[in-house]
Design a protein around this ligand. Sequence first.
Ligand code: FHN
Length: 569
Amino acid sequence: MRTLLCLTVSMAALGAGLVAGGAGPANDDARLAWWREARFGLFIHWGPVALKGTEIGWSRGAQVPVAEYDQLYRRFNPTNFDATAWARLAREAGCRYLILTAKHHDGFALWDSAVSDYDIAATPFRRDVVKELGEACRREGVVFGTYYSILDWWHPDYPTGSPGGRTRKPNPNMARYVQYLHAQVTELIRDHGPLGVMWFDGEWEAPWTEEMGRELYALCRRLQPSIIVNNRVAKARRGMEGASAADRFAGDYDTPEQRVGRYQDDRPWESCITLCRQWAWKPNDRMKSLEQCLRTLALCAGGDGNLLLNVGPMPDGRIEPRQAARLREIGAWLRTHGEAVYGTRGGPWKPGPWGASTRRDRRVYLHLFQPDQPVRLPRLPRRIVSARTLPGKPVTLRQEDDSLRIEVPAGARETPITVVVLELDGSAMDLPAVETGPPNLARGCAAKASNVFQGMVTTYGPAKAVDGRENTRWATDAGTRQAWLELDLGQPRTIGAVTIQEAYPGRVQRFRIERETAGGWETILEGGRLGERFHRSFDPVKARRVRLSIQDATEGPTIAEFALHPPGH
Ligand code: FHN
């Protein structure tokens, strides 16, 4: 009943342009309350390219010749498309909202557009997929939204073309293209709404400006004041990290992509991540396990963000049965554990390898990823009145000096995640979020670097790699292949482990960790690629000055956090 009631309130509020105020810190915008409470959405990437099984937009002029790609619509006839089945699957998966690619980078419109003949009406199928899916979602109590690509490698007025924006159209007319874009966005919101979200993408190319983004955002809000618009409407998004540069217009929320966003409770965010590897349909694509999906959902919610999980339907209109089955497994888990996700906020303990925490009123939910191992967390400035698993079995809780030790007895453990419920003697909502990782001896230390991106020390200086904030970073100039980051720990310290978070994973190919000795810089550790989060222990050494020496990078290396830990962490 609660679930239905919650959705009913959300749907009614959406239609009236009002949104029920939701719980959460003062910085909450009531318009986003339903979206924050929803926590979990289904992303759908679909179009005629499903006939080829290659990536939507990106395979045009790459794996599929442009001439062939642009004629696929003539064969696109997904007779098994059933909007009600998709909407029902979303609901059964526990998704509270659904975002469909109405138009991707290839310019094809999945609705009957009055300003384009390159649309669903021109296919043998003819039916307005966007309209049917929107209506089905409203019937099933799932909030409907649409994705719209600002860049358009097909449209003759948009300056760049395929493959991947690397060609120029012969006679572009950006002003006329913006009018076309506004007309299509108006068709989506006015004729296919009310929409929960306008999910823009493809904002990164030069023809699109921040001013155009502000105007587009204003258009969306004029058409439907309650609508939510992501940060890709303008130019604020920083790559796949998805966070917004502070000095730019950034819509309503941030959009990390193919990664879990970092803990951020002062601005909404949503990670968009594929269930398989490709966004659009790909036969025999590798699919994430249930454990991976649930951990990702827990880490997003624990970071105070949403998860938008993507599937790419087949050319006949069905969502692949094994992907549908995975979505239903997630939904089954949420039916018994959803109170630890829906309507919660992230924290107060920030996520870590141990798991994540979410909170509501006086309750804190611990999502434990390795329930067979005790978890030690920093103590909270609140007394814990009770501790049990979500199904109600007791857990062992020991409040030692400055930490808590939680242990789940074998008979109470659930896999792949065990949720523990802590009742506090006061509200959990005003507690500041706390780190849960090992002690970091490098935090706030003096830092130098061989290079800083365009000399912008305040924004991208070496100090950003040791400030404890994962959404800031030390950055180097484009084209930098070697660089070093040098830390002064202030006094000789015994170190035994290092954690490095690369802001744009994959750039660093080879690195060394060095310490300064009387005889010069001595290598402590050598490594290859860092990836998103590199952690390695090593034989304890005493050091005051430590250096990350990047020997080889494919592009300007940029480090979000560099941490040094005492032995045993
Ligand atoms: O290029 C697109 C990509 O195809 C996909 O749509 C993702 C989903 O967020 N967005 C862009 C890449 O950032």
